[in-house]
Design a protein around this ligand. Structure first.
Ligand SMILES: [Zn+2]
Length: 55
């Protein structure tokens, strides 16, 4: 299950597997599915995360 994070009145979605955060639930879902099945990161998905911009 993707975690829902509420921060500064915005809602973010976190992949439970790799803990990356996404603004778009669709990407978080994709990431989590990928992480679970492949035990690795998919750069094409990870690049949509916002971890680099926020703490
Ligand atoms: Zn992930």
């Amino acid at each position: 299950m993707v975690n829902i994070i509420k921060k500064n009145k915005s809602v973010y979605y976190q992949c439970e597997e790799c803990r990356l955060i996404y603004k778009d639930k669709g990407w978080a879902d994709k990431c989590e599915k990928w992480c679970r099945e492949n035990r690795s990161c998919n750069l094409n998905i990870v690049k949509h995360s916002i971890n680099k911009n926020t703490k």
